[in-house]
Design a protein around this ligand. Structure first.
Ligand code: HSE
Length: 433
């Protein structure tokens, strides 16, 4: 007996919405075979007038209410972006008894606990494979492939725009603004690119990964977040001389004391696999007790890679094998998150100093007074910078592991030295071994 089609509405006709229609059309035969029944697009909704796109025979509307009110629609694909309208569409669709699939990491990271509860209470699917790292099936890896494991840590390059910029700065000496403009022209950046370069987008994605990895709920507000805006080509070059690459990472780690959740530029040893993930590509590495290290690499953005993940969720719903997400038994507030001041990391310090005798000795004494051990130092003649006020040289120091609050005290003392001329740059170092 033929099964009835899964009837869906695609809401939003931006890059991803168009990609979904294109993939559904091009791969219709294998999608139906794998789904066990056709996936029929009943309605396409977009706030702007009907664009030139093949709607696969669907009705077009600019009225989102008509989607929610339509009893023939089983599942709503939310791709309208933004937060307020998208949040409203997700809630009202679930309340109306429809499955929801969305790529909207911002609303998941902030309201996802509520969506999951609403879906669980109604035995509906809330699917979000596409919300983290685009075409990389990392949500499936955490929720299925690794579901037998205790997860020790999850880390990744999860913002393509930042990775594109850092790669362009490192490989072609491009400045920050030009590289960002290129990433925007290629369609990778968020509508507000400060979400990319300021680390917010990566923090949204890390929130979702950590929720699945550690059952801690969506804790976006508590993610320690730094962007890449203050990194310079000099930092990238000094790191290279020390044997490291600078990557913008999301890090979620289970420790005995609780969970660390942080997003920041990171020095990675050049032989670490993530260090060679360049351009706009994303990669996520997961360490778990039974499987050990696993690594997931691919396109983290773009129409068809993201559509690949959206349609995978649709196929799971059509087959009846989509995960009904676990909602943490303890409330999210019960899980302990470790304040960044309590983490332990090796650090790269770039201390801009007047070129006077004794400055390095004084800096080394301050570090030693805080029991901070130095692993390597760079200070080069040719690195002299001349700005309008005074000339200075960077003293670059790599330290051994130190608790963040101790490093904060040492940095405050270093910055109080009369010879230190502007804020000290601190970049955390991770090895993931
Ligand atoms: N703006 C995001 C990035 C794309 O640059 O990775 C989708 O999440």
């Amino acid at each position: 007996m033929n099964k009835p089609p899964l009837s869906i509405a695609v809401c939003g006709l931006g890059t991803v919405g168009r990609g979904v229609l294109e993939v559904l059309k091009r791969n219709a035969d294998i999608i139906e075979q794998r789904a066990g029944r056709p996936i029929r697009v009943v309605t396409v909704a977009s706030r702007t007038a009907r664009p030139e796109v093949d709607l696969l025979g669907a009705r077009f509307t600019t009225d989102l209410n008509s989607v929610i009110d339509d009893p023939d629609i089983d599942l709503v694909v939310e791709l309208i972006g933004g937060e307020t309208l998208a949040d409203d569409l997700v809630r009202r669709s679930l309340a109306a008894g429809k499955h929801v699939v969305t790529a909207n990491k911002a609303i998941i990271a902030t309201h996802g606990d509520q969506y999951l509860e609403m879906a669980a209470a109604r035995d509906l699917v809330f699917g979000f494979e596409s919300a983290v790292a685009g075409g990389i099936p990392v949500i499936g890896a955490l929720s299925r492939g690794l579901s037998a494991n205790r997860i020790n840590w999850v880390t990744g390059i999860i913002n393509g725009t930042s990775n594109y910029i850092l790669t362009a700065m490192a490989q072609s000496g491009q400045d920050f603004a030009t590289a960002l403009a290129d990433a925007q022209a290629l369609g990778y950046a968020e509508a507000d690119p400060s979400f990319d370069v300021g680390g917010i987008d990566a923090a949204h994605k890390l929130t979702i990964l950590a929720c699945l990895a550690f059952g801690i709920g969506m804790r976006f507000e508590e993610v320690y977040t730094e962007g890449i805006e203050t990194l310079t080509i000099d930092d990238i070059e000094y790191a290279r001389q020390l044997g490291y690459r600078i990557k913008h990472l999301g890090i979620a780690r289970q420790t005995h004391a609780g969970v660390e959740l942080r997003v920041h530029p990171t020095l990675l040893p050049e032989q670490q696999l993530l260090a060679s993930v360049d351009g706009v590509m994303n990669a996520v590495m997961i360490n778990s007790d039974a499987a050990g290290d696993t690594l997931y690499y691919g396109a983290g953005a773009g129409g068809e890679p993201t559509a690949s993940a959206v349609v995978a969720d649709l196929i799971d719903v059509a087959r009846g094998c989509a995960p009904r997400w676990w909602v943490p038994e303890a409330g999210p507030d019960d899980a302990v998150l470790i304040p960044v001041a309590d983490i332990e990391c090796a650090c790269y310090l770039n201390i801009p100093s007047m070129d006077k005798p004794g400055v390095f000795a004084r800096a080394a004494t301050i570090l030693s007074d805080h029991d901070i051990s130095i692993e390597a130092v760079i200070q080069k003649e040719q690195a002299v910078h001349v700005d309008v006020e005074q000339s200075w040289v960077p003293i670059v120091i790599l330290t051994h592991k130190v608790r963040e609050r101790v490093m904060n005290e040492a940095i405050a003392e270093l910055e109080a030295l009369p010879e230190v001329v502007s804020p000290i740059k601190r970049i955390r170092v991770e090895h993931f071994v």
